[in-house]
Design a protein around this ligand. Structure first.
Ligand code: ADQ
Length: 431
């Protein structure tokens, strides 16, 4: 795997995770109480012995750089490993942002070409799954492919959201269509029992969806990008053209948990699904294939008189006499008495406030970090360092699907109230 370079696509201009991306680059969005989105592909790479990684983002954020530089030191003298962030920048030759996935890779190809590697592994930064990429790359090598696309068997209701491939029984891609609908979707059905699914599963999931994860042989990648300087996107343009011109395209079927968590709705549900009993769809409890993140020296959490069911609580939290059901609480969460939290994602805080600071804040008319006494929150995301006052109700009382209230510190996406990072919600507010 020393001859593989990973390129992680960290998000376009209009991030579907807004407002979580209001003050940070998408790869830095917190996940599962203590991780960040970028930890998933980076951990998968490390566990697959791939140690050279670039992360492409639309803009650099302090939290992303801090997280990566403090977490991933892969530069032992013989491994030559690194994780580096490359942000879109204006240069005289390229005066624009990244205009799509292929465009992002093209704009930094001069850096990628400097490495003497055979394959480029292109990954997305907003997916939750565990994959041994070395098996994926070996499949690419042994089948003699120019380009291999990771493929997930899906049913017809899911299929519309993806690039789909029609393959023969050996996994050779014969046709690739980006998000087809109607009859052109139906025409993409394949016999997925050829790829290890039982007859019943194959009937239910007859489509092979692109996971947006690719292995490109070196020459193929740069040749395609440079012969077609106007192609902006892998799924829409580059892959269909590779097929068209006769390159060898293979699928690599992956039939395990995999979730695109690039929208507020999917992100919210995937986080809460981690609390599922007895077996969550994705588990962070896997010592053979761990997910890494920044080591923080936080004390264990203190539960004073809390009633907690089906929830995850991050380190360094203090929970008073509150009631918490089906929630994920991030590091340094602070929940006061008589608080009810349900189906809620609390990202926690970047710092502590001492008891004295909290009293001083209150007496000056301010609101301390965390969730104040007597507050109820249901189906919401409270981003980092939120200050929620006393006797607040965040319950989406008018059942709104979408709303933008930046001046009041929140947005509503897919019916989920998202309180933005560092926001203050005054005592008695009802949302
Ligand atoms: P989409 O998810 O719709 O489909 P896209 O929005 O291009 O594709 O995002 C792919 C990944 O690249 C995401 O992680 C995104 O954040 C990142 N990205 C997008 N634009 C970027 C840019 N300009 N700079 C840096 N990163 C950027 C794709 C494929 C489908 C496939 C699905 C699987 O096109 O064929 O089925 O992924 O989720």
């Amino acid at each position: 795997m020393k001859r593989v370079l990973a390129i992680i696509l960290g998000g376009g201009k209009g991030s579907r995770l807004y407002p979580l991306t209001k003050m940070r680059a998408k790869p830095a969005v917190p996940l599962a109480g203590k991780y960040r989105l970028i930890d998933i592909p980076i951990s998968n790479c490390i566990n697959s012995n791939i140690h050279k990684m670039y992360v492409l983002t639309q803009f650099n954020s302090a939290s992303l750089n801090r997280h990566i530089s403090q977490t991933y030191n892969l530069s032992s003298p013989f491994a030559q490993g690194f994780v580096e962030v490359l942000a879109a920048q204006q240069t005289p030759e390229s005066p624009s942002w990244f205009e799509g996935t292929a465009d992002a890779v093209r704009k930094y190809q001069w850096i990628f070409q400097e490495w003497d590697v055979d394959e480029y592994l292109i990954l997305s930064g907003d997916q939750l799954y565990r994959m041994d990429y070395s098996q994926f790359v070996n499949h690419h090598r042994t089948t003699g492919a120019d380009l291999t696309v990771a493929a997930l068997p899906v049913d017809s209701s899911q299929a519309e959201a993806f690039g789909l491939m029609r393959t023969d029984g050996e996994g050779n891609i014969k046709e690739f269509r980006e998000k087809p609908t109607g009859d052109s979707l139906k025409a993409m059905a394949v016999d997925t029992s050829r790829f290890g699914l039982t007859a019943q599963s194959a009937k239910e999931r007859p489509y092979l969806a692109s996971m947006g994860i690719y292995v490109f042989s070196r020459a193929t990648l740069f040749d395609l990008l440079n012969k077609h300087p106007n192609y902006k996107d892998f799924g829409k343009e580059v892959i269909p053209e590779a097929l068209n011109r006769g390159d060898v395209l293979k699928s690599y079927v992956f039939d395990d948990y995999w979730e695109d968590i690039g929208t507020i709705g999917a992100f919210f549900e995937s986080n809460l699904a981690l609390t599922q009993q007895p077996k969550p769809p994705f588990s962070f409890y896997d010592e053979k294939f761990p997910i890494y993140t920044r080591a923080r020296y936080l004390p264990p959490s203190k539960l004073v008189d809390a009633q907690i069911t089906d929830s995850i609580v991050g380190e360094g939290s203090i929970l008073k006499a509150c009631s918490i059901h089906h929630c994920v609480l991030g590091v340094r969460s602070r929940i006061e008495s008589d608080v009810v939290l349900q189906d809620t994602l609390v990202m926690g805080s970047d710092f502590y406030e001492s008891g004295e600071e909290r009293i001083a804040l209150r007496s000056g008319g301010g609101i301390p970090l965390g969730v104040g006494q007597g507050t109820t929150v249901k189906r919401a995301i409270l981003d980092k360092n939120a200050r929620i006052g006393e006797n607040v109700a965040i319950v989406n009382k008018d059942n709104v699907e979408e709303a933008d209230r930046p001046e009041e510190g929140f947005y509503i996406r897919n019916g989920i109230v998202v309180v933005v990072k560092n926001a203050t919600i005054s005592d008695g507010t009802i949302i």
